[in-house]
Design a protein around this ligand. Structure first.
Ligand code: NDP
Length: 245
């Protein structure tokens, strides 16, 4: 195992694809015990089987992050199985790009529910455990869209700006004993673009994602933050493809 990672108990939401899955694979390979949540439990089961075949400690639980009690159950599952929780990766997210004038209210609400409320539910679930332990680490996934608004991305950006605001507030409140890391990726090749239904926005996203890089880049960034010595709190990592403007 890798020092700073091996033996840690890491909970990851949205681990059924994309960045969450890539992070689960890398952290498990580096010796972490991983506890994986998402709605598609068939995908989680298949991932767990593959990781266990390589000798990893893996637990999965079907989790909808929009339901606070389900996120609490995921964290409690980790604590009950492994006796502690070292890292909570609030990764689950959806992206539905469209101009505001299209008033895609259902998509707005889904993004707020998953991307913002979901992260808050992760904090509500893990913070009491971290405080009881006297240590812990939140890794919250924002985006370059959490630093700048891109065309059609007002509401998606609003949720990702909010993730950065909540993470910074959390750091100010509990940062003496609990680490907080914001990871803000650019275009990464995952299933994320499938959430955009508005046709011309979907076309623009497809063009932007032509230069997307693989999700391992984000998994390595997360592993870097987790693997630092306890007195080092990596507050934010912004990472994009070299070819992205
Ligand atoms: P994917 O679509 O591949 O993965 C998203 C994950 O979120 C899936 O595992 C999905 O699982 C899960 N998810 C969605 N809704 C819920 C829900 N209600 N409850 C629990 N899990 C849910 O996309 P990415 O891997 O790219 O996305 C991961 C994060 O990275 C997101 O927060 C995204 O905004 C962020 N990001 C991605 C970028 C990119 O270019 N790909 C760039 C910047 C940020 P399931 O459907 O099984 O529930």
């Amino acid at each position: 195992g890798v020092p700073g990672i091996a033996g840690k108990v890491v909970v990851i939401t949205g681990a059924s694809s994309g960045l969450g899955e890539a992070s689960a694979r890398l952290l498990a390979a580096q010796g972490a015990s991983v506890v994986l949540g998402a709605r598609r439990s068939d995908r989680l089961d298949a991932l767990a089987e593959a990781l266990r075949a390589d000798g990893a400690d893996v637990e999965v639980l079907r989790t909808d992050v929009t339901v606070a009690s389900e996120v609490a159950a995921l964290v409690e599952h980790a604590r009950a199985r492994f006796g502690r929780v070292d890292v909570m990766v609030n990764n689950a997210g959806v992206m539905a790009i469209a101009p505001l004038r299209k008033a895609m209210v259902d998509d707005w609400n889904t993004m707020i529910d998953v991307n913002l409320r979901g992260v808050l539910h992760g904090i509500a679930a893990a913070l009491p455990v971290f405080q009881a332990q006297g240590s812990g680490h939140f890794v919250n996934i924002s985006s370059v869209a959490g630093l700048k608004v891109f065309g059609g991305g007002a509401v998606y950006s609003a949720t990702k700006f909010a993730v950065r605001a909540v993470s910074e507030g959390l750091r100010q409140e509990v940062g003496e004993s609990i680490r907080t890391t914001i990871v803000s990726p650019g275009a990464i090749a995952t299933e994320l673009p499938a959430g955009t239904r508005h046709p011309s926005s979907a076309k623009a996203i497809a063009e932007l994602y032509e230069i997307a890089i693989g999700p391992d880049a984000i998994a390595r960034a997360i592993a870097y933050a987790i693997g630092q010595p306890p007195e080092v709190d990596v507050n934010e990592i912004v990472l994009r493809p070299t070819a992205q403007s």
